[in-house]
Design a protein around this ligand. Structure first.
Ligand SMILES: [Zn+2]
Length: 434
């Protein structure tokens, strides 16, 4: 153990001797050993006498006298070993969180806050959370992870997995805080790229369950669409609606802030990634750690705003998505909507008539000659066609010749009784229907 009670204060032997130069260390250790032998240094947990050992294997440390080791001190040792990999910020962040929670403990009679190793020492746990919480019988394991940049390390992944399993089996809800952030988010693609360990550091809170409800409602209201596809997320596996959160903690001096990221984990295979439910937002310590029925860990107002944003984004994307899908379908089937088809036909017909009219004007169409041929049933198909377009275009000018459309319709009907040539008949029918 690296700590002892000395003259009413706690002494950490490692930081104590680090105050001295290498040349002086040996004599300082020697002096402290003599002080301990006289019974001046005691166990902070059980008050038994401690001795100072400076063995090669374990370095300088305090120990109970043979056979008298207490449970708390061995829990402390287990815990110290466990946090060896953490950065110096780890204990700073832990103490700030502990102090904030302890303040609440004073005014909340059904809240208990304790260091994990102290609370569970008697049960001789294999791992301890940094902080243990008990709110009205519900227990929480709060832990801080630092050195996140090393988190790709397979050992860390296993360690976190083991602790998650261990605390869950003990019936504790797990809360992880990650120091700073190695966050690699790409919000244009709504993706958060993760370390494998970060998958295991996600937490499920009440706010996440409310997000599940919100998303399920949205999916139900727009059941013809794939939520992830509409939001341009390139999913690699079929995702179920299970929103989880990642909490990053950032410390500057005595101040820490939390940021919360909500996400849905994608395939459990490298490279690890998740669908970004929100863009992430910051919270101060008192809001994040406020305990009501559970640890708050969320800003209700901010989450409401995020839900509004999510819905708006989804609906605006839906319009683009629908348009794109329509265009793709059109491309595939060469499908033209019926009204467009009619318009195109009409345009082509108008163009054709215009050409025909120009033809007659330049060629001096002789309506009298054509009427004569029609009466005698000697009109051919080309002449019948020209006559049709002339009548259609210049029906108002027929008076100049003493003719009218009815006259031509009657003649066409009579000709139909005498002419058997199909192409001619077709134009005669057109004239009859003018
Ligand atoms: Zn002890």
């Amino acid at each position: 153990m690296d700590i002892a009670k000395y003259e009413g204060k706690q002494m950490n032997i490692i930081s104590e001797i680090s105050k001295y130069s290498d040349a002086m260390k040996e004599s300082i250790i020697d002096k402290l050993r003599k002080i301990a032998e006289k019974g001046a240094m005691t166990c902070p947990f059980c008050d038994e006498k401690l001795i100072l050992r400076a063995g090669d294997i374990r370095g300088v440390h305090f120990a109970h006298i043979r056979g008298k080791t207490c449970l708390e001190s061995s829990a402390y040792d287990t815990y110290s070993n466990q946090v060896k990999r953490e950065s110096q910020k780890h204990s700073v962040i832990k103490e700030l969180i502990y102090d904030e929670l302890k303040t609440q403990e004073k005014i909340k009679p059904d809240l208990k806050v304790e260091y994990g190793y102290k609370e569970k020492a008697k049960e001789n746990w294999k791992y301890y959370p940094d902080i243990y919480l008990n709110k009205n019988g519900k227990e929480y394991a709060v832990s801080i992870v630092t050195n996140v940049y090393k988190i790709g390390d397979e050992n860390v992944v296993k360690v976190i997995e083991k602790r998650n399993k261990y605390f869950t089996n003990k019936g504790l809800e797990i809360v992880w805080f990650i120091e700073d952030r190695e966050l690699a988010d790409d919000l244009s693609n709504r993706v958060i790229h993760l370390w494998e360990a970060e998958r295991n550091l996600t937490v499920k809170t009440n706010a996440d369950t409310q997000w599940d409800q919100f998303l399920l409602n949205l999916i139900m209201n727009y059941s013809a669409y794939d939520l992830f596809e509409v939001l341009n997320y390139h999913k690699r596996s079929s995702l179920s609606i299970d929103v989880r959160s990642l909490y990053y903690v950032h410390s500057v001096g005595e101040e820490i802030t939390f940021s919360v990221y909500r996400l849905i984990l994608d395939e459990a295979k490298a490279p690890f990634r998740a669908f970004a439910v929100n863009e992430g937002y910051k919270m101060n310590i008192s809001k994040a750690l406020l305990i009501q029925d559970a640890i708050q860990l969320s800003d209700h107002e901010h989450d409401s705003k995020d839900k509004e944003l999510f819905r708006n984004k989804f609906i605006s994307n839906l319009k683009d998505f629908e348009l794109k899908r329509q265009q793709e379908e059109d491309k595939e089937t060469k499908y033209v909507p019926y009204q467009d088809y009619i318009n195109i036909q009409r345009e082509q017909a108008t163009e054709q008539i215009k050409n025909e009219v120009e033809y007659w004007v330049s060629n001096d169409f002789d309506v009298v000659e054509h009427k004569y041929k029609l009466e005698r049933f000697t009109i051919n198909s080309g002449e019948a066609k020209n006559l049709f377009f002339f009548l259609k275009r210049y029906r108002n000018d027929l008076n100049d010749y003493g003719f009218n459309v009815l006259m031509f319709k009657k003649l066409a009907r009579q000709a139909l009784g005498a002419i058997s040539e199909a192409p001619t008949r077709e134009w005669l029918v057109e004239i009859d229907e003018l």
